[in-house]
Design a protein around this ligand. Structure first.
Ligand code: ATP
Length: 422
């Protein structure tokens, strides 16, 4: 196994060469200081599954003081350190010399955790790697690879995660796991669907009235974080379906619907359009778009959405309802109605309805303006005031609706409008 892991750790298809350099610098610093140092969690799981690791999944644990260790890294390689003394962790803001997309790296002291009551956030105390692995969610996420000195490439797997990977199983570490932290229920379902694994039967049984009742008391922010992570996944709609089938949704909020299968392809945005892609916002809009205004506000409130996200979801629903009143309207009517709404909400409704006017607005109409500006009107001797806006808007309307087709026509129309004004 050790040889095999050494090979996987050096495979550029699994870990980018620049990331390998970062990892080996940290490992040699740990070797120099005689400090046991481990890669843990997702990176180990994905390496053993022969899957590429994302930079952001690189997690290091140290047996010893990770904060002091971080200080030696800053002295040697540069960058900056943020200390979290309470959690015995540090964040290393990497120097640009590493040339990575990754900007920060968490440095964690091996620790154990205790929960004061079900669903509470844990209290942590420094400990060793084995205890650190025991506080984790599932065996497949509770493996470590030692990186320092001669130990390079040694797998630590006290909870038999590798066997679960082979059997394709997601299993909790103890019966109270979901009561300690019900967000693990979402995590379990996320990994189950992502890797096409199965929940081990007794773990499945632990998703029951007792754990779901603890889940129902979690803060909106903690639940939203989990839903955000689900929406980031390639198989997001399948995960939500599984979450629904296991009866979780009603414990979050009585009105949360299933995610419509027909909408799932729309999560991946068309990058040719000039709209910044935002998979999470798009996901929530598609998920809640068929609900009533009251239900939407109530769910957004439960999930502690930002005002911006609430507005996006509400606007998408609002537009979908009012679509029938707008069809057959002139482009200017569409444009003035749509201008008040977030662009992403309009795009979501386009995807669902395939109403061409929405696409015309996104790609053409919203950019249409008259050639004449406020300065031109001033130069013509008009004093700024409400009439200013009326004239400019009359010109824009005429362009939008095809009444104007050239600059000369616009100049003639402008003359008439000014004459009417005098
Ligand atoms: P992903 O590919 O989903 O990002 P990951 O394993 O990197 O997977 P993180 O959410 O970054 O996931 O968590 C890192 C590690 O921390 C996990 O592998 C797991 O060992 C541990 N962990 C995360 N969340 C929990 C939790 N709620 N309870 C216990 N351990 C957790």
């Amino acid at each position: 196994m050790q040889k095999d892991l050494q090979r996987l750790l050096r495979d550029p298809n699994l870990i980018l060469p620049e990331v390998q350099t970062l990892i080996s610098n940290i490992a040699s610093q740990a070797t120099e200081l005689n400090m046991p140092c481990y890669l843990v969690g997702g990176v180990v799981r994905d390496l053993l599954l022969n899957l590429p690791t994302h930079d952001s999944d690189i997690d290091f644990v140290f047996e010893g003081d990770a904060i002091k260790f971080g200080e030696t890294l800053v002295n040697k390689y540069g960058g900056k350190l943020t200390h979290h003394y309470k959690f015995h962790t540090a964040i290393w803001h990497l120097p640009s010399t590493f040339n990575l997309q990754l900007e920060t790296l968490d440095l964690i002291t091996a620790r154990k955790e205790s929960y004061e009551h079900a669903g509470a956030l844990p209290t942590v105390t420094p400990s060793n790697i084995e205890e650190d692995l025991r506080r984790r969610d599932f065996p497949i996420n509770a493996m470590a690879i030692r990186m320092d000195g001669d130990h390079f490439g040694e797998l630590l797997d006290p909870l038999n995660g590798e066997a679960d990977l082979e059997k394709k199983l997601i299993r909790v570490l103890h019966d109270k796991s979901f009561l300690d932290d019900p967000t693990r229920i979402f995590r379990a379902i996320r990994y189950e669907t992502r890797y096409s694994f199965n929940l081990e039967p007794s773990t499945l049984n632990l998703i029951n009235a007792e754990s779901l009742s603890v889940l129902s008391k979690l803060s909106g922010e903690r639940i939203r974080n989990e839903l955000d992570l689900i929406l980031d996944e390639e198989k997001a709609s399948q995960i939500i379906l599984r979450v629904a089938n296991l009866g979780l949704l009603s414990y979050i909020h009585k009105s949360i619907p299933e995610f419509k299968e027909d909408y799932s392809d729309f999560l991946d945005m068309d990058s040719r359009l000039d709209i910044p892609a935002d998979r999470r916002t798009m996901g929530y809009m598609l998920w809640f778009i068929d609900l009533s205004e009251e239900e939407i506000f109530s769910i957004c409130n439960r999930l502690d959405f930002s005002n911006e996200l609430t507005l996006a979801v509400w606007s998408a629903a609002q537009l979908k309802w009012s679509l029938q009143h707008l069809t057959e309207s002139k482009p200017s009517v569409w444009t003035y109605a749509l201008e008040k709404l977030p662009l992403l909400s309009i795009y979501a409704v386009y995807l669902i309805s395939r109403e061409n006017s929405l696409l015309s607005y996104i790609s053409i109409w919203r950019h249409v303006k008259a050639h004449t500006t406020g300065d031109d009107l001033k130069a013509q001797g008009l004093t700024p005031g409400p009439r200013f806006r009326e004239i400019l808007s009359a010109l824009r309307t005429a362009w939008l609706d095809g009444v104007l087709t050239s600059k000369t026509e616009e100049e003639e129309m402008l003359k008439k409008l000014i004459a009417e004004n005098q």
